[in-house]
Unconditional design. Structure first.
Length: 275
């Protein structure tokens, strides 16, 4: 297996910021290194990996700022960077696929003779070596492999829009209160059977030719790469994921990641352990 890794890193961290994050989640500190660097380092010492591509923001000024923040660190790890998409994740992965094609055409070291591509979320810095081993072993036998976990909780489909008024609590009104704010409350429409449902993780690994065909389709709208492969009518195989392989979406996830990696926030580390 000769593997290239694509790490889409063009997101705006909007949910992270909306939940109280003060900077891009990929810039947050994890034991002296940014989240993005931690995600990249999962693959830098693997024998199968011949090339890593990080696809940053698509807007030129934002990409330039991204390179200022991360370019030197990624360059020292041998990573190639390219501009990603402007709006959607699939645009960013498509840009990275096209970039890999160009590198191969230019006979760039590491980009020729590729057999497989892994796509891994930049905000998943806690993937374990055992998980990556499991996915790659399965990818030696199957053309498309993803890790996933069974759904442990009850699933319900809810209304798309939240209620737009406030419930009036008569006792609160008497006491001068504002009542119960229900703007973020939605209603249940149905309970969804969770049999055979899974929560999908990354890295997702594909034969290179298969991923190229998937991203050559006219309609690329999809929330993950396996969805595009499914659209071709190809089978996607699922291996067991890892509950530690969390995706950092909100600030609380960063705290969990630090616990998993056994590192503290910068202020709690001694000066000689800052880096």
């Amino acid at each position: 297996m000769k593997l290239a890794v694509i790490i889409p890193a063009a997101g705006s961290s909007s949910r992270y910021s909306a939940s109280g994050g003060l900077r891009s989640k990929l810039d947050e500190d994890l034991g002296g290194r940014p989240v993005l660097q931690r995600a990249v380092e999962l693959f830098t010492k693997r024998e199968e990996v011949s090339l890593i591509v990080v696809a940053g923001p698509g807007e030129p000024a934002a990409y330039d700022e991204f390179i200022i923040r991360h370019g030197d660190k990624l360059g020292l790890l041998g990573v190639r960077c390219c501009r990603g998409g402007l709006t959607h994740r699939y645009e960013t992965v498509k840009a990275a696929v096209d970039f890999l094609d160009k590198l191969a055409a230019d006979k760039t070291p590491g980009a020729t003779g590729l057999t497989h591509i892994a796509v891994h979320d930049a905000a998943r810095p806690c993937a374990t070596e055992e998980l990556i081993d499991r996915v790659l072993r399965a990818a030696e036998k199957h053309a498309a492999v993803i890790p996933a976990l069974d759904v442990p909780d009850t699933l319900k489909r809810v209304s798309a829009a939240a209620l737009k008024q406030k419930e009036v609590d008569p006792f609160a009104a008497i006491l001068g209160g504002a009542g119960l704010d229900t703007r973020n409350v939605r209603t249940v429409e149905a309970t969804v059977p969770r049999d055979n449902l899974v929560m999908v993780q990354t890295p997702q690994v594909f034969e290179w030719g298969l991923l190229q065909r998937a991203y050559a389709q006219p309609d690329l709208a999809s929330t993950d790469d396996a969805g595009l492969v499914e659209r071709l009518g190809e089978k996607v195989y699922v291996v067991e994921g890892d509950p530690r392989n969390i995706k950092i979406t909100r600030p609380v996830d960063l705290h969990v990641a630090r616990l998993l990696l056994k590192v503290g926030p910068p202020a709690e580390r001694a000066a000689h352990k800052k880096f």
